[in-house]
Design a protein around this ligand. Structure first.
Ligand code: MG
Length: 294
């Protein structure tokens, strides 16, 4: 990649991908300092006593542990790189620019922006990042009655399953996707499927319920949500769900972007009890577990 289109006064930031926990405020602060002074780096004061192997304590006063991003006027950085083209003494761009005769402003950073290099670092980073997310669980429930006047198939979990009778409903009556959509909407307290797709609106007549699911997913993405688990249970005597479980996982995965190993499809009868037991309709329950940035 060439950077030749950049002007000499433009600010370029160089970051180490091993420091994923840098904050927006830190990035902006170091960019501002470089715009003012030409060169700047994030750094934190050394807190530990430093000791050289074999003896000798190093006075830590005035010592900083250098981080990234480092920010520079592009002209300055390019000149320093050209001057030291074949010199491999430097471990970062700030020391290179400094060796070229330009001072580097220190912008106090945060210890959280540490470099992940060891397993310990990775464990600590995971702990910190999980602390920045909150987990919410949403529940959904739906029922559709069989319509004796409507021939099959029935749509369940996005899959057309052969059956003598169809399910009554304004849309395609996919009781599974409706329960799942409601569970997802619950995690952002955004009402239910009817709030977003009123049954009174003729455009949703016979609608493919994957449209409803996709809409809920879109709303969650706008909140930077990460779906941990989708758990869908059908309550019915028939049709049998098991043979179609994997097909449902595939459809729901395709629509939601959630991997199939995080999409649970289950079914139970109600031992011939109640409306599901009498074969008058199908019920579905769903849980969605979703992580959101705090
Ligand atoms: Mg419904």
């Amino acid at each position: 990649m060439t950077l030749d289109h950049l002007g000499p006064q433009e600010i370029i930031l160089i970051h180490d991908a091993a420091r994923p926990m840098v904050s927006r405020a830190e990035i902006e602060a170091v960019a501002r300092a470089a715009a003012r002074d030409g060169a700047a780096t994030l750094a934190v004061p050394v807190a530990d006593t430093l000791r050289r192997e074999g003896g000798g304590t190093i006075d830590r006063a005035g010592l900083w542990a250098v981080q990234t991003p480092q920010a520079f006027r592009f002209g300055l950085l390019r000149a320093a790189h050209e001057q030291f083209r074949n010199d491999d003494r430097f471990t970062d761009d700030a020391s290179l620019v400094e060796a070229a005769g330009h001072s580097v402003t220190i912008v106090p950073g945060n210890r959280r922006n540490f470099k992940i290099t060891t397993q310990d670092d990775l464990d600590l980073a995971r702990t910190i990042m999980s602390d920045q997310m909150e987990t919410r669980t949403g529940f959904g429930f739906d029922v559709h009655a069989f319509d004796p006047a409507k021939p099959g198939p029935v749509m369940l979990g996005g899959v057309a399953i052969p059956h003598p009778r169809g399910l009554a409903g304004h849309s395609d009556a996919d009781v599974g996707l409706h329960a799942l959509t409601d569970a997802l909407l619950s995690t952002i307290a955004a009402g239910d499927i009817g709030t977003h797709f009123p049954p009174s609106d003729p455009q949703w007549k016979g609608a493919d319920s994957t449209v409803f699911l996709a809409h809920a997913i879109k709303l969650l993405h706008e909140k930077k949500a990460a779906i941990t688990l989708l758990d869908l249970t059908f309550l019915c005597e028939e049709p049998r769900i098991g043979p179609h479980r994997e097909a449902m996982q595939r459809v729901i995965s395709r629509v939601s972007g959630v991997s199939e190993d995080r999409i649970s499809i289950k079914a139970t009868t109600t031992e011939k009890l109640g409306f599901t037991g009498r074969g008058e309709g199908i019920a579905a329950q769903a849980l969605a577990t979703v992580q959101f940035p705090k």
